[in-house]
Structure formats: structure tokens, C-alpha cells
Design a protein around this ligand. Structure first.
Ligand code: SF4
Length: 393
């Protein structure tokens, strides 16, 4: 396992697997488990990272899965202070939360402001779209609670982005979603097409990948066109993310943290460590030793890099990346995809195209490239018609 170039760029921490709501498309097998990551586990994790030579100078810490805000504000205040005490001055770090927004209050806003926390809020669109899937344990829609949280963030001046999961119904409602974001003043948006993961089978994947691909293409195209016509949406992850990768300096390589050992270090509430795609942590798999590299309480990062799980996963993931490099025209934008989706869809890390990469890489790239080639064509036509005009006297 190569180690000299190992860089930990993102740490995904699971403060608790528990979630206070029960979305219909949720794939987390442990969402009822109320275990909590101890302060000792948090400190041991960061002691291991900062005492190694692997921490990148820009480190992102993502508090994710289940709902991080079910724990008190004081839990994070203490955790952030402990991490800050351990942080070498050469490392810049930023905390980030992905939340369903239902538990937001003024104290959370104060914490986010105090620590400059990055924030993603899960809202699937207007009431009917959101409440179709994002429901409480009693089966009631969570739109009102999530929107109360979103409006509070806006009133407090806290910047956040929206993540909307697109189910089948939403794919036909680009205009409705666009109007909703504008009305609510949501400027930064990200779309996740509903996936099949764990025991959840997406309705979109049942209808056939060509049909889903076409619907997503039409959705993105409509949404992007509307956003150019009416100002208000500043960032569409699927479009703006791919534009920066397509139009980058020639020497700049596109990295893919999901295929680099420990570039994403994923830690569950008991201190178990995984890497590559964060979703792998918690699943069972004999060939890959349940995707577990070790535990922060008993293993060093060196031992994790040499673990049997790492060896087995890295060989197959590398083979998959190599196959992508050979076969896929989009490799320079993608870097070899998401291992969790390759394994879920093809049964092997050592594989290439999936429905997922088709949607998140190929569809947006095609859309952007087509738009720019149309723009180039119109510029050529304008310059040709200029040449035909008589010169001014
Ligand atoms: S788009 Fe798909 S097939 Fe192409 S490089 Fe990425 S993962 Fe591989």
C-alpha cells in the first residue's frame, strides 16, 4: 500500500447513527441506534490524525449520519474545542454538518456562526414533494419543521446549501422546484437522484436506467435554463461542479478522494474506521472484511493502511479506476467514480460504468459540453455575418 502520498483530506464522523425522522428512501440500517460517539473517541481520532504525517493542510470534518442535531449543542462545542486544542497550526480545518433541519434553533445558529460551520440542509422541494418521502416516525410530513429551520438560518444570516433528493415525481417538476427555491431565497442547490442503497430500492432504478437518464437530463436542462433566465440561483452543484472540472488549467488534475486510501477517513460512533466511500462503513462483506480498517482505540493509521481490508479493497478499487481510465471518455472529469456504487450495481469494485456515474458525471458533462458547443457555433455565425457586412465609410 503506497503511503508516502497518503493525505487525509476529509474526516466523516458519525456522532450518532440515530435519526429523529424516517425518510422513505433512507438506507441506513442503524438509524434507530441511539449510541453516541464519546469525547474520548473524538480526541483519539484526531490525536491519531494530527500525530501522523497524513493530515492535509486543509481538512474538512463532516458530522453526518443519522441526524447530527439530535445531540446537544454543548456536545459539539466541547468536541470542537478539543479538536482545536489538538490541531497543529499548519492544519486549517472546517466543520460541516448535513442536517434535516427539524431541530434547528437559535443556539445552533450561534454555534454555526462561532465556528464558521459549513451547512447543508435536506429539503426536497415544495410541501408535496418534500412530505412524500421525508416523514416522521409517525408518518407525518416534516416540511413545516424543516422550513422553520431554513427560515431561521436565513433570519440569522447563516449561509447554507440545499440538498434535494429527486424522486420520480420531482424529475418532472424542475420549474416547480426552481420557483420554490427562488421564493424561499435558496441560492445554492444540490441534487441527489434517489439511489438504491442498502435495503432501499429506488423507484427510479426500477423504471430502467435509460428512462431515468433521459428524465434527469431534461430536468437539469430545464432547471439550468430557468436559472440563467431568472437570477437568484447562484450555484447548482451538478452544473457548476462539472464546469470547473471541464474548464480547468491543463496541468490541473481532477482528484477523486473516494478512490484514494484514507483521503476520506470515515469513523463510526464506536471508533471503527473505514475509507473510500463513507456509505461502506457499517455494511458486512466477507471479501473486504466488512470494510473495516481497524478502530482508533486499538490501531494506528499505519496499521490501518496495512490492514487486510485495505489491501483487499485497494487492489480492486485500483483495478476499477484503471479500467475507467482505459475505457471512459469522462475519466479526466471523474477520476474513477464511487466504489460504493460500483459494488452495489455490478457486484465488484473492479468495474466501470454504473447508472450512478452516468447520472452524476456523464449527464451533466454532456449537458455543459453541448451548451458550450452551441455557444461557440453561434459566435462563429455572428462573426461570419459580420464579415459579410459592408465596411463603414
Ligand atoms: S464516469 Fe463512470 S465509467 Fe467514467 S470514469 Fe467515472 S466511474 Fe468510470
Amino acid at each position: 500500500m503506497p503511503q508516502s502520498d497518503t493525505r487525509i483530506r476529509t474526516v466523516v464522523l458519525q456522532p450518532t447513527p440515530f435519526c429523529n425522522i424516517r425518510c422513505k428512501y433512507c438506507y441506513l440500517p442503524t438509524r434507530d441506534d441511539t449510541s453516541t460517539m464519546s469525547l474520548d473517541t473524538i480526541e483519539t481520532t484526531f490525536r491519531r490524525i494530527f500525530e501522523s504525517t497524513y493530515a492535509d493542510e486543509d481538512l474538512t470534518i463532516i458530522w453526518h449520519a443519522g441526524e447530527p442535531l439530535v445531540l446537544p449543542v454543548s456536545y459539539y462545542e466541547t468536541a470542537f474545542q478539543s479538536i482545536e486544542r489538538l490541531r497543529p497550526t499548519s492544519v486549517r480545518l472546517r466543520h460541516s454538518f448535513q442536517t434535516n433541519g427539524t431541530l434547528l434553533n437559535k443556539a445552533w445558529c450561534d454555534l454555526f456562526r462561532r465556528w464558521n460551520v459549513g451547512l447543508g440542509l435536506s429539503i426536497d422541494g415544495p410541501r408535496s414533494l418534500h412530505n412524500a418521502n421525508r416523514i416522521t416516525r409517525a408518518g407525518k410530513g416534516t416540511f413545516d419543521q424543516a422550513m422553520r429551520g431554513a427560515r431561521l438560518l436565513k433570519a440569522e444570516g447563516i449561509r447554507f446549501h440545499i440538498i434535494s433528493v429527486l424522486s420520480q415525481a420531482a424529475l418532472h417538476k424542475a420549474g416547480e422546484l426552481h420557483s420554490f427555491y427562488l421564493e424561499e431565497g435558496f441560492h445554492d442547490v444540490c441534487f441527489n437522484v434517489e439511489e438504491s442503497e442498502g435495503d432501499h430500492v429506488s423507484t427510479l432504478m426500477q423504471q430502467g436506467k435509460d428512462s431515468t437518464r433521459l428524465q434527469f437530463l431534461q430536468f437539469l436542462q430545464t432547471f439550468w435554463t430557468l436559472s440563467r433566465e431568472a437570477p437568484g440561483i447562484d450555484f447548482i452543484r451538478e452544473i457548476d461542479g462539472i464546469i470547473t472540472r471541464i474548464f480547468r488549467p491543463e496541468e490541473a488534475k481532477v482528484g477523486n478522494d473516494q478512490v484514494e486510501p484514507l483521503a476520506m477517513m470515515n469513523v463510526d460512533c464506536k471508533g471503527n474506521v473505514g475509507t473510500f466511500s463513507p456509505e461502506l462503513l457499517g455494511y458486512r462483506n466477507e471479501r473486504y472484511h466488512d470494510f473495516l480498517l481497524g478502530n482508533v482505540h486499538t490501531h494506528t493509521l499505519e496499521q490501518m493502511l496495512h490492514s487486510e481490508a485495505m489491501e483487499a479493497m485497494a487492489i480492486d478499487i485500483r483495478a476499477g479506476v484503471e479500467a475507467c481510465r482505459q475505457e471512459c471518455d469522462y475519466f479526466s472529469l471523474c477520476g474513477g467514480g464511487a466504489p460504493v456504487n460500483k459494488l452495489a450495481e455490478t457486484g465488484s469494485f473492479a468495474s466501470t460504468e454504473t447508472s450512478f456515474c452516468n447520472l452524476v458525471q456523464i449527464v451533466p458533462a454532456d449537458l455543459v459540453l453541448r451548451a458550450f458547443s452551441q455557444m461557440e457555433q453561434s459566435l462563429v455565425e455572428v462573426s461570419q455575418s459580420d464579415e459579410l457586412l459592408p465596411a463603414c465609410a
